[in-house]
Every structure is written in structure tokens, then in C-alpha cells.
Design a protein around this ligand. Structure first.
Ligand SMILES: Cc1cc2nc3c(=O)[nH]c(=O)nc-3n(C[C@H](O)[C@H](O)[C@H](O)COP(=O)(O)OP(=O)(O)OC[C@H]3O[C@@H](n4cnc5c(N)ncnc54)[C@H](O)[C@@H]3O)c2cc1C
Length: 403
């Protein structure tokens, strides 16, 4: 008989129902009021009931480390395709670019996993950018992102096809989805990687990410579990270029209807009004920091950004002070950006800010403190008062660019 992953000790259990109340997935019920019953279809083994039980009556079987032959059954490099209303997020192309290298090093296929409604015509775009196979789940229920079905479907595909590596963008959607998939697959997840590589000897995925506030780079491996799962930040890796005529296999997946249900429903989608240019995609960014002194002064940064057709960025200090919404924050806990030109106004350049912008092609820093750390990464440094310099730059750019 197969041993259940979670069990309730009948002798210890007092039928107090604390576990029923604690379960966030509604997976435990009192069977005819006799004894708690766990619905394994709903249970995610999250452990909330184990913690809630005062009588130590519930236990979860720890998953044993996988054997080498089990790991060998896991093939291919998978990339989760993030799309909104049929438009593929460019982080997907970055993952395909990186995934291609990993798949080649392993001698495996690169596969894209796309969920959505009416998106089948997008598969060619993925194969032209390096995918050998596209697992396509095209269902009306997947029209827009919802946590439950969007996590259940990849879990099912992982069970069926056993990928070796599963990559996802470290975006709002990616972070929400992939953590659920990792929990359900009982594997670890390395979030926010900045570098991925294959160890030539062990063939394991080397997942490198900043640790301890960005002061060290840690390389993480998952030797005992598959798939090896990682999220990668937007703009850290180069996009795979499309190659005309490159073809791949499109595998349409039929998914049981019960996996597509959701307890939540989207009422409406509200586009953020504030942000004019999405900084993650912008070629030019003008950013403001605490040196702006008060929220009204962000107008100086916005005017320069407008003159240049740029996006507006901010340091965390400015965001924390409520001068500008979080979507503008650049840095370790904000967005990673890689524009052609980054102008930092009144930003000191702490390591956590640099983590999000130091790969910009040209960095211009305006700061009144000549010892500010931002000058160490700046291509051009202007030491002076931003309230004089930034409006001067705006006027000059307006004259030159004619707007
Ligand atoms: C775990 C963690 C995560 C973090 N994540 C992020 C992140 O994602 N992004 C981020 O930005 N920060 C992040 N931080 C915060 C970071 O450490 C800094 O506190 C923050 O970046 C400082 O913002 P700032 O440069 O605007 O402010 P300050 O460090 O206060 O710098 C203001 C600068 O403005 C200059 N200045 C003042 N007046 C003028 C003037 N009139 N003209 C010209 N220059 C002037 C000053 O000389 C100074 O250099 C994080 C911190 C932690 C601990």
C-alpha cells in the first residue's frame, strides 16, 4: 500500500477541529463529524495543520532525496512564457536566450510552456527564438493570469514530462506562479538569479544570485531534486533574437477541467495611470533620489525625462517616502534596468541601488557630494546642485531635440 504523504494519528487526535480551521486550502473536513479527513487533491502539504495541531497528531512525510537514476529521468530546459493579452513579455525572450545555452551545454531540448486563450499563433515566435518544443495550453479559462489554474497547469506538465530545469521571469506573475509550482513539486527555487550556467562535470545548474544585501554573489545548486527551478530578473540577460524560418514542435496539451477552476475572479484590469514609460523597457531613464528633498521636486526629474522621451526611476528612499510609486523603484528590491542612458539625480549610489542599474551603457550622476559612491560607477559625473543642473540640462535638451 502506498504511504500517504500526510497522516493523522487516530490515537493522538482529539477531533478539536483546529486543523480544519487552519487549512488555507479547505482540504480538511470532519468526516460525518467523526474524524478529520484530508482531501489530497486540495492539500499542498503546506504544514499549516501540523503547526496548528496542539496534540502532535498530524505528520508530513519528508520527501527522501531523489536517487541518481530518478534524476536521470528529467530531461530538457523549460521556460515559462509570460504573456498579457497575447503580447509576450520580453523577459521570456531573455530566458529563451539563456535557456538555449543551457540546453546546448546539456545536449537537451529547449521547451517553452505557454498558457493563455487564443495564443496558439504565438508559438512560432517562440520557436523562431530558440524553442525546440512549445507546450501549449490554450483555454478560455486561461485568458488572463490567475494564481490557481496558472500554477496547477505547469505542475501537471512537470509531473507528465519531467523537465530538468524550469526557468521563469522574476516578475510579479512569475514570482507568484513559480513558487507554487516549486512547493507542489517538492523542490527548491532560487529566486532572482543574475547568472546561470551548467557545471561541466556534474551537469548541475549553477544558479548565481546576490546574497547578504548584494554584498556577495552566491552560487546555489539543487543536487537532489528535479526540476532545478530558478527565476531570473528582467533585463539581466540578453534576449534571443528571432531567426526567420526556424521551426519547432508545438505540443497542444489537453488539461482536465478541474485544474482550470479558480476561487478568485478578475473584476477588471486597471492600467497604472502614473507610469508613462515602463522603466523595465526604457532606453533612457532619469531617476531621482532623496536629494530631491520633497515629492513636488520630482517634477524636475519628470521634465528632463519628458524632454528625452525617458522613463522616470527612483531610489528606494524616494519610494519609501511616498514621493513616487513603487513601480518606479530601481534596485535590488525594485526593478533591474538596462537602459542605454541612466541619469541619477540626487542618488547616493548605495549597493542596493547599483544592483538594479549598474549594467546601463552610460551612467550620468548628478550629486553635490564628490565622494558619493554613485560616481564610482558613473560614466560622467557632475558634482553640483541638482536644482541648478537638471533644469539646465532640460532646457538644453529641449533646444537640441526641439520639444
Ligand atoms: C535589503 C535592502 C534592499 C534595498 N533595496 C533598494 C532598492 O531596490 N533600491 C534602492 O534605491 N535602494 C534600496 N535600498 C536602500 C539603499 O540602501 C539606500 O538607502 C537608498 O538607495 C538611498 O537612496 P538615495 O540615494 O535616494 O538617498 P541617500 O542615500 O540619502 O542619498 C541622497 C543623495 O542626494 C545627494 N544630494 C542631496 N541634495 C542634493 C542636491 N541638492 N543636489 C545634488 N545632490 C544632492 C546627497 O549627496 C546624497 O548622495 C535597500 C536597502 C536594503 C537594506
Amino acid at each position: 500500500m502506498t504511504e500517504l504523504p500526510i497522516r493523522i494519528d487516530e490515537e493522538q487526535c482529539t477531533k478539536c477541529t483546529l486543523c480544519v480551521q487552519a487549512c488555507p486550502f479547505d482540504a480538511i473536513s470532519m468526516e460525518k463529524k467523526q474524524f478529520p479527513y484530508i482531501d489530497l487533491e486540495k492539500c499542498t502539504l503546506c504544514g499549516a495543520c501540523v503547526e496548528a495541531c496542539k496534540f502532535e497528531a498530524i505528520s508530513i512525510k519528508e520527501k527522501a532525496a531523489a536517487k541518481a537514476e530518478d534524476l536521470d529521468a528529467y530531461k530538457d530546459v523549460w521556460v515559462f512564457v509570460e504573456q498579457h493579452e497575447g503580447k509576450i513579455n520580453s523577459v521570456t525572450y531573455e530566458l529563451l536566450g539563456e535557456g538555449r545555452k543551457l540546453a546546448d551545454d546539456l545536449g537537451m531540448d529547449l521547451c517553452a510552456v505557454m498558457l493563455g486563450s487564443g495564443v496558439s499563433d504565438k508559438a512560432d515566435e517562440l520557436t523562431s527564438r530558440g524553442a525546440d518544443k512549445v507546450y501549449l495550453v490554450d483555454k478560455p479559462e486561461l485568458e488572463y493570469f490567475q494564481d490557481e489554474p496558472y500554477a496547477r497547469v505547469p505542475v501537471k506538465l512537470v509531473e507528465d514530462y519531467k523537465p530538468n530545469i524550469f526557468l521563469c521571469g522574476a516578475t510579479t506573475i512569475g514570482r507568484s506562479l513559480v513558487s507554487r509550482v516549486a512547493v507542489a513539486a517538492h523542490v527548491g527555487l532560487t529566486a532572482d538569479c543574475t547568472e546561470l550556467a551548467i557545471d561541466p562535470e556534474t551537469k548541475q545548474l549553477l544558479q548565481t544570485r546576490p546574497a547578504f544585501g548584494g554584498n556577495i554573489m552566491a552560487t546555489i545548486i539543487s543536487p537532489n531534486a528535479r526540476p532545478q527551478m530558478a527565476t531570473v530578473r528582467h533585463k539581466v540577460m540578453k534576449e534571443a533574437e528571432p531567426r526567420a524560418g526556424r521551426k519547432g514542435e508545438v505540443l497542444i496539451q489537453e488539461i482536465a477541467q478541474d485544474l482550470l477552476t479558480s476561487r478568485t475572479k478578475r473584476l477588471k484590469f486597471v492600467q497604472e495611470i502614473e507610469s508613462t514609460v515602463n522603466i523595465a523597457e526604457a532606453d533612457i531613464i532619469v531617476s531621482g533620489g532623496r536629494g530631491l528633498q520633497k515629492p513636488e521636486n520630482f517634477s524636475i526629474v519628470r521634465e528632463l525625462a519628458e524632454a528625452l522621451g525617458a522613463g522616470v526611476g527612483a531610489s528606494r528612499a524616494a519610494v519609501d517616502a511616498d514621493w513616487i510609486p513603487y513601480s518606479h523603484q530601481v534596485g535590488q528590491t525594485g526593478k533591474t534596468v538596462c537602459p542605454k542612458l541612466y541619469i541619477a539625480c540626487g542618488i547616493s549610489g548605495q549597493i542596493q541601488h547599483l544592483a538594479g542599474m549598474s549594467s546601463a551603457d552610460v551612467i550620468v550622476a548628478i550629486n553635490k557630494d564628490p565622494d558619493a559612491p554613485i560616481f564610482k560607477v558613473a560614466t560622467y559625473g557632475i558634482v553640483g546642485d541638482l536644482f541648478e543642473i537638471v533644469p539646465m540640462l532640460t532646457n538644453e535638451f529641449r533646444k537640441i531635440l526641439g520639444n
